[in-house]
Design a protein around this ligand. Structure first.
Ligand SMILES: Cc1cc2nc3c(=O)[nH]c(=O)nc-3n(C[C@H](O)[C@H](O)[C@H](O)COP(=O)(O)OP(=O)(O)OC[C@H]3O[C@@H](n4cnc5c(N)ncnc54)[C@H](O)[C@@H]3O)c2cc1C
Length: 474
């Protein structure tokens, strides 16, 4: 039996788990973080948020270079891409932040245990025991009064397919040996459109195939329409309402057979196919079945507002939780809520309606709260304010005119129900709306909030003012 009984042991060192561990340490809890991988950071740091955004930054710089002459910078042209340098810089960023996490664990006195963690059954005398299988099958155990499950998610594959050098998930697509000449992307959620955007900027022929009626299907309908239009201008072909029938490997690449609704089957050949059809929870082999109180649905764990499962003192956060978006910042905040609750300190639950969603394709998307359609479906009476970036002077200066800001507000009281941005800096701009919604500000509050000029963010002032038909610049 281990000598130490931790206050909390966390299984999974991604953003949900490591954030919980750091805050637990800050709160004075004796904390253990267990991860099966040698490097902390999870999907987000190693094969998700960070490497994709690094590549998207390179794509953005390259896109600017293509316009150098237009900006009065002669003699440069677009230049030639050095893929190895790009990949090396991406890897260096990941390594730097992995080391940062190791430092933060030490700083906050978190014990890190390397190995696969599995629950052993109900707590005995208020103490849970986790079986650890370490390197080379070495067995050990960790004991704690509270457990947090944060085991994250995996990329779903289409039936019958397996990831390899041509059929890619988010893992393989991040470390290709060369920029492919062509890529078919199945699925147009955040992951699909981010890769579509960056590989198109790097010169690949990109085709998106989406089963649902529109790309970025969780976003406001007008955002989807705008992105479709902008992607078309960029040279990305998108098929919506389209079912993939078969993916076959050829000598040189892959052939995808697909059927757009109401049309005949078609086929398209490409060097690579990226399968970006969503993510499933890593909850197999973790021993959940040994604890009947933990309720799951298709592998996702049910929790209450404090992230507690049906089994007392066992919590779950991050991508494995039912009903929360699979986003790093969602998991991280849920981790904070769980450990603050464990420490018995004041805290408030995460309001799912105030979790921003950010997609870093070009143009970017940032959104929070209800879409116009959802608000109406809920029977709400809404007023819409919309402001196009064409009327924003800073957008002209930075040459990024695509898109708009759309505010969905309650018609009577001016409560902000949702904000949907597609365009320059959308992923940064959305923060203001999240804060205002959290503080329960109204359209009127925003209409009298001074925004600096010239900034892209003063577009927010115009969008909120547009709810009352009083945008200054449009
Ligand atoms: C391509 C891509 C881009 C993304 N971009 C963004 C973005 O820009 N912004 C954003 O908010 N989100 C983004 N996401 C989503 C984000 O990565 C996830 O929401 C986030 O990583 C989930 O965090 P988590 O802590 O739940 O799990 P994970 O990050 O998946 O971490 C889980 C950890 O648990 C460990 N583990 C699993 N099982 C066990 C076990 N039994 N024992 C021990 N350890 C275990 C794993 O090794 C891993 O380290 C992106 C995802 C992808 C795929």
């Amino acid at each position: 039996m281990p000598e130490t009984i931790y206050d909390v042991a966390i299984i999974g060192g991604g953003p949900g788990g490591y954030t919980a561990a750091i805050r637990a340490g800050q709160l004075g809890l004796k904390t253990c973080l267990i991860d099966k991988d040698p490097r902390l950071g999870g999907t987000c740091l190693h094969v998700g948020c960070i490497p994709t955004k690094a590549l998207l930054f390179h794509a953005e710089v390259y896109d600017h270079m293509k316009s150098a002459k237009e900006y009065g910078i002669e003699g440069l042209g677009a230049g030639t891409l050095n893929w190895k340098t790009i990949q090396d810089r991406k890897a260096a960023i990941v390594t730097k932040h992995t080391k940062g996490l190791d430092f933060l664990m030490k700083k906050n006195k978190v014990t890190v245990v390397r190995g696969f963690g599995a629950l052993t059954g109900p707590a005995k005398g208020g103490v849970h025991t986790v079986d650890i299988t370490g390197e080379g099958g070495a067995k050990s155990q960790v004991q704690a009064k509270n457990l947090i499950l944060a085991t994250g998610s995996y990329a779903r594959m289409l039936p019958g397919l397996q990831a390899d050098d041509r059929i890619l998930t988010n893992i393989e697509v991040l470390s290709l040996g060369a920029i492919p000449k062509s890529m078919i992307i199945i699925g147009s959620g955040a992951v699909g459109v981010e890769f579509a955007s960056l590989y198109r900027s790097f010169g690949a022929e990109v085709t998106i195939i989406e089963m649902l009626p529109r790309i970025v299907p969780v976003e406001d309908e007008e955002v989807s329409k705008e992105l479709l239009r902008d992607f078309k201008k960029k040279g990305i072909t998108s098929f919506v309402n389209t079912k993939v029938d078969k993916v076959e490997k050829t000598k040189a690449g892959v052939v995808v057979h697909f059927t757009p609704q109401g049309e005949a089957q078609q086929k398209l050949e490409a060097e690579k196919v990226l399968v970006a059809v969503g993510r499933g929870p890593n909850t197999e082999k973790v021993g959940l079945e040994k604890l009947p109180g933990i309720k799951t649905e298709r592998g996702y764990v049910h929790v209450n507002e404090w992230m507690e499962t049906g089994e007392k003192t066992i919590y779950a956060v991050g991508d494995i939780v039912a009903g929360y978006p699979q986003l790093a910042h969602s998991g991280a905040m849920c981790g904070i809520v769980a450990v603050t609750r464990i420490a018995g300190k004041p805290c408030k639950p995460v309001n799912k309606n105030r979790i921003p969603g950010c997609t870093y394709c070009e143009p970017q998307i940032g959104s929070v709260g209800l879409t116009e359609a959802k608000a109406k479906e809920l029977g709400m009476s809404v007023k819409i304010g919309k402001f196009p970036f064409t009327a924003n002077s800073k957008a002209s200066i930075i040459d990024q005119h695509e898109g708009f800001i759309k505010v969905v507000a309650d018609a009577k009281y001016g409560e902000i129900l949702g904000v949907h941005i597609i365009g320059p800096l959308a992923t940064e701009l959305i923060a203001e709306s999240v804060a205002v919604m959290e503080l329960e500000g109204t359209v009127e509050d925003l209409m009298f909030t001074v925004h600096a000029h010239p900034t892209v963010s003063e577009g927010m002032l115009d969008a909120f003012s547009a709810v009352e038909g009083k945008a200054i610049n449009f």
